[in-house]
Design a binder for this molecule. Structure first.
Ligand code: COA
Ligand code: AMP
Length: 633
């Protein structure tokens, strides 16, 4: 039994205010909070509400004040372009405070929104921190999203400025950002005031002054600016994530709780000290990138790696080992899919043996379920603990994990370990009663959520309340289902809504269905996530055509695929659309998506008693076999 962990965990649940008060002493406050938790308006809890602080101060200035300004804080490595750069805390602050001045010159003030649509380059980190410095709210949009998604984020956030770059690099192709941005700006009904674009060397694009200016132009005449004082409950950022409809949810993060919680996690979950080199191989467009490329390691004062490459193809399956060896990385955090990709290309670990990985101490996986095969393969190769942990954009840090900085726990393959201090995780069964150990149900977290989680949704208090906080009174509904075993280990089995996880990227099948429904020949459709060995899940579309359509099925399928690529983006990895005669439905007209998914995944299924015509299931199975989604027999 882990007494140390157990004691800390129980304390966090029984005495959350004392627990977090003590931890909050570890960050810089212009004014320390006296009120630790305001519980007067559930489910809208407020942590540290009278505290005054600043995100950027806690990421950069505090370390310089503490005499560590010459320590490397950011290592940038771009295997495609061959660019490598390192920045000390002082150097990064210089860049950030100057760009903060540039934003100020463009009229950005406290509370204004700035969209950042950029590849994995240091300027993206600079832009994020510069927003924090002057109290602007950033909203980073992942580069793999199409113009339509960017436009919906511009409209919802009502951003004043969009910061972008001329291009990004993917294996084998250059992603031109400017045409995507131009299309988004046309689509958006809200009009941004200015566009600032970072020109990548050799890939400069034409800008239309005065509304569009280059990063360099924006810096000319800019003064270095200091950190402004921010209320703890002001927002640091909005990060949009897939919701149960096509309209993305604007997850917001308040400033004080975010700094307190994230800084604490670096030592307690990841066992990282200030002198360590840490690497999160994700993208700043995702929550893992926000929290663990940028904020948590900088709050902690350690060194973080920004890698503009992929696990394979940049140039080979040894890319991760090279980075670990070159920079003496202590721990890596990535998605299981990255390891599946390496395993697929280099199952024997031939590339691995070329590098010295003596610095490497642990691997953390999250974003999707880590399958035991991948964990065991990685353990065997790396000979370090491989830790699966579970979290969400909503929480910004792990809900369950092996808290290696507190006490190393035994691995149970397939489980994301135990609830982290601060999270009182329960399972609720269909009859609304609490589950006993090993009983399946909805995974919920007792309110209040700990600091650093989401206090609301951007401009959508009601949606926050209805969506997450109403189905089970006094609990946050995670929309994950699973069970907790007799030792307190949490097993995440599936989502309970329409979210699927494609290569660690969270997507809504509902949003893809909305796009398919817009095709003029499509009468109705269903999009399902089917199991995929590399990406975990892949979306496929089943469409039923309107009567009288005379286009051939192949053309319609291709058009549908292209529409999803254009409207959602390549990241959806949407490549298969099958035209079918009809969809299986209940007598009340609900499409039986769960049953179709089971058929596609070749797992046992029961014919639902409510189905209007069971013969449709055989038709679907035949169609899936015909399109090689399912093996014959
Ligand atoms: N900007 C523009 N396009 C992007 C992009 C970005 N930042 N990231 C991905 N894309 C594009 C890819 O180029 C690809 O386009 P294509 O259909 O034209 O080939 C498409 O989106 C799908 O990309 P990806 O998911 O990267 O699939 P892949 O087959 O190219 O690579 C993996 C597979 C496993 C190597 C890759 O998914 C990976 O590295 N995953 C790591 C997981 C991760 O970082 N998750 C984040 C949450 S922790
Ligand atoms: P995102 O908000 O993109 O981080 O996606 C969050 C969702 O990813 C969760 O609700 C889970 O469904 C899934 N997820 C994240 N981590 C894990 C994990 N370790 N095991 C199983 N599912 C996970």
């Amino acid at each position: 039994m882990n007494n140390n962990f157990k004691k800390i965990y129980e304390n966090s649940i029984k005495e959350p205010e004392n627990f977090w008060r003590e931890i909050s002493d570890d960050i810089f406050w212009f004014k320390k909070p006296k009120k630790i938790l305001n519980k007067s308006k559930p489910p809208f809890y407020k942590w540290f509400e009278d505290g005054i602080t600043n995100t950027c101060y806690n990421a950069l200035d505090i370390h310089i004040d503490g005499g560590r300004g010459d320590k490397t804080c950011l290592i940038y490595d771009s295997p495609i372009t061959g660019n490598k750069k390192q920045f000390t805390y002082k150097e990064l602050r210089e860049k950030v405070s100057k760009f903060a001045g540039a934003l100020t010159n463009q009229g950005i003030k406290k509370g204004d929104r700035v969209i950042i649509y950029m590849p994995m380059i240091p300027e993206a980190v600079v832009a994020m921190l510069a927003c924090g410095r002057i109290g602007a709210i950033h909203s980073v949009v992942f580069g793999g999203f199409a113009s339509n998604e960017l436009a919906s984020r511009i409209d919802d956030s009502k951003a004043k400025i969009l910061v972008t770059a001329s291009c990004g690099f993917e294996p084998g192709k250059t992603v031109e950002y400017k045409p995507l941005v131009d299309a988004a700006l046309k689509l958006a009904s809200h009009k941004i005031e200015k566009l600032i674009l970072f020109q990548r060397s050799g890939h400069e694009v034409k800008l239309n002054a005065p509304k569009e200016l280059s990063w360099e132009e924006s810096l000319s005449g800019a003064q270095n600016v200091d950190c402004v004082e921010m209320n703890s409950n002001d927002f640091a950022y909005i990060l949009y994530t897939s919701g149960t409809t096509g309209i993305p949810k604007g997850i917001v993060r308040d400033i004080g709780g975010h700094i307190v919680a994230l800084k604490w996690t670096m030592k307690n979950i990841y066992n990282i000290e200030t002198d360590d080199i840490w690497w999160s191989a994700s993208d700043i467009g995702w929550i893992v990138g926000h929290s663990y490329i940028v904020y948590a390691p900088l709050f902690k004062g350690c060194t973080t790696v920004l890698f503009e490459g992929k696990p394979v193809g940049t140039p080979d399956a040894g890319a991760f080992w090279k980075v670990i060896s070159d920079y003496k990385v202590k721990s890596l955090f990535t998605a299981p899919t990255a390891f599946r990709a390496i395993k697929k290309e280099d199952p024997e670990g031939k590339f691995f043996s070329k590098y010295d990985l003596s610095s490497f101490k642990s691997l953390f996986l999250a974003g999707e379920r880590a399958d035991p095969d991948t964990i065991k393969w990685a353990e065997k190769l790396l000979k370090v603990p491989v830790i699966d942990h579970w979290w969400q954009t909503e929480t910004s840090w792990a809900i369950s994990a092996n808290c290696t900085g507190i006490e190393m726990m035994e691995t149970k393959y397939g489980s994301a370990c135990k609830a982290v201090p601060g999270y009182d995780v329960k399972i609720i069964k269909q009859d609304q009663s609490l589950a006993k150990p090993n009983e399946m149900g909805d995974i919920v977290v007792k309110l209040p959520l700990p600091p650093g989680t989401f206090p609301t949704l951007w401009n959508a208090d009601q949606r926050y309340k209805e969506n997450y906080m109403s189905n089970y009174e006094s609990y946050y509904q995670t929309y994950d289902a699973g069970h907790i075993d007799e030792d307190g280990y949490i097993w995440i089995m599936s989502r309970t809504d329409d979210i699927i996880n494609v290569a660690g990227h969270r997507l809504s099948t509902g949003a893809i269905e909305e796009v398919l429904s817009e095709h003029q020949s499509v009468a109705e459709c269903a999009v399902l996530g089917i199991a995929d060995k590399l990406k975990g899940q892949l979306p496929i579309g089943l469409v039923v055509l309107k009567s009288g359509v005379d286009k051939d099925n192949e053309t319609i399928s291709k058009e549908c695929v292209q529409m999803v690529r254009d409207k959602i983006g390549p990241v959806a990895a949407f490549k298969v659309v099958i035209v079918i005669k009809r969809l299986p439905k209940t007598r009340s007209g609900k499409i039986l998506r769960g049953t179709i998914r089971k058929i596609a995944d070749n797992v046992e299924y029961k014919v639902p008693p409510t189905i209007d015509d069971p013969a449709i299931l055989t038709e679907i199975k035949d169609d899936l076999i015909k399109h090689k989604i399912l093996d014959n027999g």
